[in-house]
Design a protein around this ligand. Structure first.
Ligand code: F6P
Length: 320
């Protein structure tokens, strides 16, 4: 194993740069030639590949986003496109690829493993929806961002005695919603794992009105319902004036928190060490389990379900 490349793919996440930094520095420490691929799998197919040295990693640990950029490439499911990507790596004599992203990124890696490239995946997405890890790089920062926003909203919701409905990201995973609801002591949370019924929510809000509680925060996961429609019904059914806030891509930006930087360093160093120690036959995925760094065969990892939020859901129900 002499030449290793790294790319980032899918939605960007805070901490991806810290991961890139560790991948490159670990490889260099073991005298490997290190490459970056710009624009995710698109850059790989287009041959946007560059050799880098330590200078490339200076002052990126605290930067949000990904300095090698990211993309979503639907065409990568086409075998001919995958073959072209593998050919491009071989043209540079690159034997191994490390990719930082989520499940979609891992599927791309699995396809490249079938083309004979040694691959390692590192979980990086704000959604925390990857089955083979307890936590993804970017989740902690995004959660902090949501909390900062909701703290601010509480001030104005309280001044105007309103109910604020806040839509958070997560694709089809409720972790950002559940964790932020718990951290904010929200009056309600609606997500895949906790589908709070409307009549229960309305009853709760009506009771709050009679108890003179001046405002309420309801956290709603994206892709579940129309938050504006829900706000209308809240007004009709509860007496609260309601406002909606879709936090959107604000949740993906910003300086990565220390927790994400450290997670990125631990996972990324392990990923490169697997390659250097000859432990990657075809493909491996790294993750964190009970605060220990682990790795799995790529096919096994892709089929793992993310389901460690159940304890949290029970806690939320207890506190509601
Ligand atoms: O996977 C990260 C994520 O931010 C999801 O939470 C969201 O559903 C999706 O990406 C949005 O993607 P895009 O920015 O490509 O529209």
């Amino acid at each position: 194993m002499q030449r290793i490349a790294v790319l980032t793919s899918g939605g960007d996440a805070p901490g991806m740069n810290a991961a890139i930094r560790t991948v490159i520095r670990t490889g260099l420490a073991y005298n490997k030639d290190m490459y970056v691929i710009y624009d995710g799998y698109r850059g790989l197919v287009e041959g946007n590949i560059k050799q880098v040295n330590k200078d490339f990693t200076q002052d990126i640990i605290n930067r949000g986003g990904t300095i090698i950029r990211s993309a979503r490439l639907k065409e990568f499911s086409d075998e001919e496109v995958q073959k072209k990507a593998a050919r491009n790596l071989r043209d540079y004599d690159i034997d191994a690829l490390v990719a930082i992203g989520g499940d979609g990124t891992y599927r791309g890696l699995a396809a490249l493993a079938k083309q004979g490239i040694k691959v390692v995946g590192i979980p990086g997405t704000i959604d925390n929806d990857v089955g083979s890890t307890d936590q993804t790089i970017g989740f902690a920062t995004a959660l902090n961002t949501i909390c900062e926003c909701v703290d601010k909203l509480k001030d104005t919701s309280s001044s105007h005695q309103r109910c604020s409905l806040v839509e958070v990201m997560g694709r089809h995973c409720g972790d950002l919603a559940l964790f932020s609801a718990l951290a904010e002591g929200a009056e309600g949370v609606i997500c895949v794992e906790h589908k709070l019924k409307e009549d229960v929510l309305f009853k709760r809000l009506r009771k709050m009105k009679t108890q003179k509680k001046d405002h309420a925060i309801i956290i709603v996961s994206e892709n579940l319902l129309d938050i504006n429609e829900l706000a209308k019904r809240v007004e009709e059914e509860t007496g609260f004036t309601a406002r909606t806030e879709v936090l959107g891509r604000l949740q993906r930006g910003g300086t990565p928190c220390a927790e994400d930087r450290i997670l990125a360093a631990r996972l990324s160093a392990h990923a490169v060490k697997l390659l250097i120690d000859g432990k990657v036959e075809t493909g491996r995925i790294v993750g964190i389990r009970n605060n220990l760094v682990v790795d799995y065969d790529i096919e096994e990892a892709i089929n793992m379900k993310h389901e460690h939020t159940h304890g949290l859901r029970d806690l939320i129900e207890l506190l509601e």
